[in-house]
Design a protein around this ligand. Structure first.
Ligand SMILES: *[C@@H]1O[C@H](CO)[C@@H](O)[C@H](O)[C@H]1NC(C)=O
Ligand SMILES: *[C@@H]1O[C@H](CO)[C@@H](O)[C@H](O)[C@H]1NC(C)=O
Ligand SMILES: *[C@@H]1O[C@H](CO)[C@@H](O)[C@H](O)[C@H]1NC(C)=O
Ligand SMILES: *[C@@H]1O[C@H](CO)[C@@H](O)[C@H](O)[C@H]1NC(C)=O
Length: 352
C-alpha cells in the first residue's frame, strides 16, 4: 500500500517534471532583418527529442543522443545544456514580417510550449521644413511625418530635450499596405530659441528615431521700437539743451557788448556837450565822469596847444573810463590836472 502510494506520487511528480519545459522569452519583439532567439530548457532527464516549429511548421529537430538533425542558414540552434538541464537556443536569422506568429518547442512525451514572435518595422521620421523663425508670442506649428512603420509608431515631441505635453499635439495614422504612416502636428507659443524634436518609436526599437529643427524666436518689434524711441528722445533732448545753452551764451555776450557801446556813445555825447560848455564845465557837469570822452579833444588840444607852449599831459588819454555805474561816492576818485588856455582845472575821474 505504502509503496504503491509512493510509486503513484513519484509518477505524479515525474509527470509534472515532464511538463516542465520552459520557453523564453514569452514574447519576442524583433526588427525586420534582425535575428530572433528563443531558449527551450527542461530538467527532465531522457527528453529524447526536441522539436522547434515556426507558425506550426517544423523547422529544427534535435535528438538527445545524436544532435541536430535538420538546421539551415535561417533556422539554427546552439546547445547551452548543463548536467542539470537540457537547454537549446533557437535562432531565426533575418526575420521578415511573415515570420511573425508562434514559435513552439516540444519534447517527446512533453507539452508543447509556445512563445510569440512579433516582427516590427522601423520607418523614417522627419519634421516638415527646415529651421524656422518666428516672432515672440506667435503660435507656431510643426508637422512631423513618420513613414513605413509597423506597428503604428508612437510619436512624441521634445522642446529643448523636455517632453512636450500631449495636449499640444495631435497625431493621426494611416495604413499603407502592411505599414503605417503617421502625421503629428505640434502647436505652441514661441517664447525663446528652441530646439524642437519629433520622436517616433516602436517596442522593438531600443531608442526612438528622431528628427530635429531649430526655432529662432525674434523679440517683439514693439520693445525694439521702445528702445529706439528712448534713444532718440535722449539724443534730441541733449541736442536741444546744447542749443539752449549756446543761445543763452550768445544773448548774454550781445547784451554785454550793447551795454558797453551804449555807455561809450553816452560818454561821447557828454564830452561833446562838456566841450561846448567848456568854460562853465565846472558848474553843471561837475558830477559827470568825462575823462575818457575828452580824449579826441585832448589830442586836438595837444597838437593845438603844444604850439602855443602849453603843456598837454598825454596821460589824460590813457585814463580809464569809469564803469557803467556812476556812483562817484563809492568809487575811487583820481584827480587829474587839465589845462585849457592856461586855466588849470581839477577834474574828478572815477576809476572802476
Ligand atoms: C539563452 O540562454 C543562454 C545561456 O543561459 C543565454 O546566454 C542566452 O542569452 C539565452 N538566450 C535568450 C534568447 O534568452
Ligand atoms: C515571407 O516574406 C518573404 C520576404 O518578405 C517572402 O520572400 C516570402 O515568400 C514570404 N512568405 C510567405 C509564406 O508569405
Ligand atoms: C487637436 O485636434 C483637436 C480636435 O480636432 C483640436 O481641437 C486641437 O486644437 C488640436 N490640437 C492641436 C495641437 O493641433
Ligand atoms: C538648424 O539649426 C541648427 C542649430 O542652429 C544647425 O546646427 C543646423 O545646421 C541648422 N540646419 C539647417 C538645415 O539650417
Amino acid at each position: 500500500m505504502d509503496s504503491l502510494t509512493l510509486t503513484a506520487l513519484l509518477l505524479f511528480f515525474t509527470g509534472g517534471v515532464t511538463a516542465q519545459v520552459q520557453l523564453e522569452p514569452q514574447t519576442a519583439l524583433v526588427l525586420r532583418g534582425s535575428d530572433a532567439k528563443f531558449n527551450c530548457s527542461t530538467r527532465q532527464p531522457g527528453w529524447t527529442v526536441m522539436n522547434w516549429s515556426l507558425n506550426s511548421r517544423l523547422v529544427v529537430t534535435i535528438v538527445e543522443t545524436t544532435g541536430v538533425l535538420n538546421s539551415s542558414e535561417r533556422f539554427s540552434v546552439v546547445d547551452y545544456s548543463t548536467a542539470a538541464e537540457a537547454k537549446w537556443e533557437f535562432i531565426i536569422r533575418n526575420v521578415s514580417r511573415n515570420d511573425s506568429g508562434q514559435v513552439s518547442c516540444q519534447i517527446l512525451n512533453g507539452d508543447q510550449v509556445t512563445a510569440r514572435l512579433s516582427v516590427q518595422e522601423s520607418g523614417s521620421v522627419e519634421i516638415v521644413g527646415t529651421n524656422r523663425t518666428a516672432k515672440e508670442g506667435d503660435q507656431v506649428n510643426f508637422q512631423c511625418v513618420a513613414r513605413g512603420w509597423f506597428p503604428t509608431p508612437q510619436i512624441s515631441w521634445t522642446s529643448d530635450g523636455t517632453l512636450v505635453d500631449q495636449e499640444l499635439f495631435n497625431t493621426s495614422s494611416v495604413e499603407v499596405g502592411t505599414l503605417f504612416n503617421s502625421n503629428s502636428t505640434l502647436t505652441f507659443t514661441a517664447l525663446r530659441n528652441t530646439s524642437v524634436e519629433c520622436l517616433a518609436s516602436i517596442p522593438a526599437l531600443t531608442s526612438p528615431q528622431r528628427s530635429a529643427v531649430f526655432l529662432t524666436v525674434e523679440k517683439k518689434p514693439v520693445s525694439q521700437d521702445r528702445t529706439v524711441l528712448i534713444a532718440v528722445t535722449v539724443s534730441i533732448s541733449a541736442v536741444a539743451l546744447l542749443i539752449l545753452i549756446i543761445i543763452a551764451i550768445v544773448l548774454c555776450c550781445k547784451r554785454r557788448k550793447k551795454a558797453k557801446s551804449n555807455y561809450q556813445e553816452q560818454a561821447r555825447a557828454h564830452s561833446r556837450s562838456q566841450i561846448e560848455e567848456a568854460p562853465h564845465a565846472g558848474e553843471g557837469q561837475g558830477q559827470d565822469n568825462l575823462g575818457y570822452a575828452t580824449e579826441p579833444k585832448a589830442n586836438d588840444a595837444n597838437s593845438e596847444y603844444t604850439d602855443s607852449g602849453f603843456w598837454q599831459p598825454n596821460y589824460i588819454s590813457t585814463i580809464q573810463i569809469p564803469g557803467e555805474n556812476s556812483n562817484q561816492e563809492a568809487n575811487p576818485v583820481r584827480v587829474v590836472p587839465t589845462y585849457y588856455n592856461g586855466v588849470r582845472k581839477h577834474r574828478h575821474v572815477t576809476i572802476v
